[in-house]
Design a protein around this ligand. Structure first.
Ligand SMILES: [Zn+2]
Length: 218
């Protein structure tokens, strides 16, 4: 699992320092929010703030239980791995497209630089400036794109690998989820047919007792 990517995603959604929550919730279910707060060294309200933001994006889900002694609700949180991976897939695809766009521009476009000001301009801007810097009047020099392209290529390969891994993980999570849902549905179906039988019995029993009571009252 791409834990680092997940951490970054959470941080993007819920703010700096929230990524640690991934390590606490990952591969577990129904984690008590007080435990999360303790582990993250945050107040319960700070933790809830993070979790509500993630919940709004569908990245976490909760169940709640009433604390009988204190009378308030305690929330138990679970990371929605499939949703997280889907979100990562979308984000990575977008980033990859941006990188490929930038690569195209570097491959086919010309860029100029002013060595004094350490700035870079497009060919269009250089033409506009008559090929001398608008700040210091130094003549622009043509940028060698070799290093830029090399760097972009590396970034693209990295993102492509990440995206492939995410896709594979998503696939295996979906297979797992399907198995769990199928099993749960079978269980539910079995329970329902049992419940029907039990209900039938109890309603028969009621019918027998009711007429007796009415007779007594009369
Ligand atoms: Zn300049």
């Amino acid at each position: 699992m791409q834990i680092t990517l997940l951490r970054n995603l959470v941080q993007e959604m819920a703010g700096e320092g929230s990524g640690q929550i991934v390590d606490i919730l990952f591969d577990k279910r129904d984690i008590n929010e007080f435990l999360i707060a303790k582990k993250m060294n945050l107040t319960i309200n700070q933790v809830r703030n993070i979790l509500y933001k993630l919940s709004a994006e569908g990245l976490v889900s909760f169940t709640r239980k009433k604390d009988k002694r204190k009378g308030w609700y305690i929330y138990f949180w679970t990371l929605n791995t499939e949703k997280c991976l889907m979100k990562l897939e979308v984000e990575l695809t977008k980033k990859l497209e941006e990188l490929k766009q930038a690569q195209k521009q570097r491959e086919y476009g010309r860029y100029y630089t002013c060595k004094n000001c350490n700035i870079e301009v497009t060919e269009e801007k250089a033409l506009e400036d008559d090929f001398s810097c608008s700040e210091c009047a130094e003549v622009y020099t043509l940028v060698d794109n070799t290093n830029n392209l090399k760097e972009l290529k590396g970034k693209i390969t990295k993102r492509e690998n990440e995206l492939n891994e995410i896709k594979q993980e998503l696939e295996s999570v979906r297979v797992k989820t399907k198995k769990v849902t199928d099993a749960a549905q079978k269980k539910l179906a079995a329970k329902k047919s049992k419940g029907k039988k039990a209900k039938g019995k109890s309603s028969k029993a009621k019918k027998v007792t009711k007429p007796k009571k009415t007779k007594q009252k009369k």
